[in-house]
Write a protein that binds this ligand. Structure first.
Ligand code: OSB
Ligand code: MG
Length: 368
């Protein structure tokens, strides 16, 4: 396969409900949609779902735009491949910049699976017809606001609720949710907000029957995660710590956590995400698919990935309606009773709504 056109679109969508994490708040998202067209006319869509600011990882929409234009688009135009993993191998020459690379890798998988007449999930090695969906809830102004959000999502059938925590917003809101919804599986995510000498808060959370505690410390603090994991009964889950498959190798060796959140964007695409899944599965470590508030294209890739056998925990692949009043695909990802169907047709299984996409486009680049 030879790609002879790369298109990049910066697209903005407003969120239906503001989302606040330990590091920042957002009401509107800008993602970059990647379109690859092959010399025989096959088309693949991908999404670069980087946050605007460098608070989750080092990347920003501007850094992704620059790297995509100057390095990834020329590299993609210059590389012939039979399988998407070959393009991923060529892109691995670019250090870091995982969100940017993920958009191209995803588009290559979408193009290849559609051209091969195979559903993307099947091409990746997945065989589930539907996947379990959880929701991720941001930090709310008050505990009552949070309880209202939990009630809304539990009422919609979501199978697990993840609560963002931060110093000053942890034991009290989490205990309130556990008390009001004793039967709902709950997990917490700190996005690395706690100093490594903070153990007391996690000892208290350890008594609340949580499914897991996600990323308590900074990304590189793997040794400290291992020490905390040894002190707690609740599994730790790593998110920001695992950018490379090699990070997962280190984390497994150190026993820095018992669960891994695999994100297509954070790892640089579906190719490394599948490798991380295979490694975790071989070590008996359960995984789930995390989200970055993806629009419909990135969300479709997350749904496909979640069909792999190691994804035994509910993923953050909520229905599109949790985030957007209208999504960029002609039909949105829908969650019914806590489940999201995995498309059975070839490729991504979702079609971009090009007029709507164009209406939301604030910058466009085409190469060559
Ligand atoms: O840590 O999982 C995270 C969103 C932005 C940055 C980091 C994270 C998140 C989420 C959103 O939790 C999950 C979703 O897409 O629903
Ligand atoms: Mg997280």
């Amino acid at each position: 396969i030879r790609i002879d056109r790369v298109e990049l679109r910066r697209v903005r969508l407003p969120l239906v409900h503001q989302f606040r994490t330990s590091s920042h708040a957002k009401r509107e998202l800008e993602h970059i949609i990647v379109t690859l067209t092959s010399s025989d006319g096959a088309v693949g869509w991908g999404e670069i779902a980087s946050p605007s600011g460098p608070y989750y990882s080092a990347e920003t929409v501007d850094s992704c735009w620059a790297v995509a234009r100057s390095f990834l688009a020329p590299l993609t135009l210059a590389t012939g491949w039979e399988h998407p993993s070959e393009l991923a191998a060529a892109m691995a020459r670019v250090r870091g910049n995982h969100f940017a690379r993920a958009g191209f890798d995803m588009a290559a998988w979408a193009l290849w699976s559609e051209a091969s007449g195979v559903p993307l999930a099947k091409a990746l090695g997945g065989d589930r017809a539907r996947v379990q969906a959880g929701v991720s809830l941001g930090i709310e102004p008050t505990v009552d606001d949070l309880l209202e959000q939990v009630a809304l999502r539990v009422g919609e059938g979501y199978r697990r609720v993840k609560l963002k925590i931060a110093p000053g917003w942890d034991v009290t809101p989490v205990r309130a949710v556990r008390t009001a919804f004793p039967d709902v599986p709950v997990h917490v995510d700190a996005n690395g907000a706690y100093p490594v000498d903070e153990v007391a808060v996690f000892r208290q959370l350890d008594h609340l029957g949580l499914l897991m505690i996600e990323q308590p410390y900074a990304p590189r603090a793997l040794v400290d995660h291992a020490a905390l994991q040894a002190a707690l009964a609740t599994p730790l889950c790593l998110d920001e710590s695992v950018e490379e498959v090699d990070d997962l190798v280190t984390a497994l060796r150190l026993r820095a956590g018992r669960i891994v959140n695999i994100k297509v964007s954070r790892m640089g695409g579906l190719t490394p995400a599948v490798r991380a899944h295979d490694l975790a599965l071989a070590h008996g470590i359960p995984v789930w698919c995390g989200g970055m508030h993806e629009f419909g294209i990135g969300r479709a890739a997350n749904v496909a990935l979640s069909a792999l056998p190691g994804f035994t925990l509910p993923s953050d692949v909520s229905g599109s309606a949790k985030y957007y009043a209208r999504d960029i695909t002609t039909a949105p990802v829908v969650c019914t009773g806590g489940w999201v169907d995995v498309p059975s047709g070839p490729g991504l299984g979702f079609t971009p709504d090009v007029p709507f996409l164009t209406a939301g486009t604030v910058a466009y680049h085409q190469a060559p």
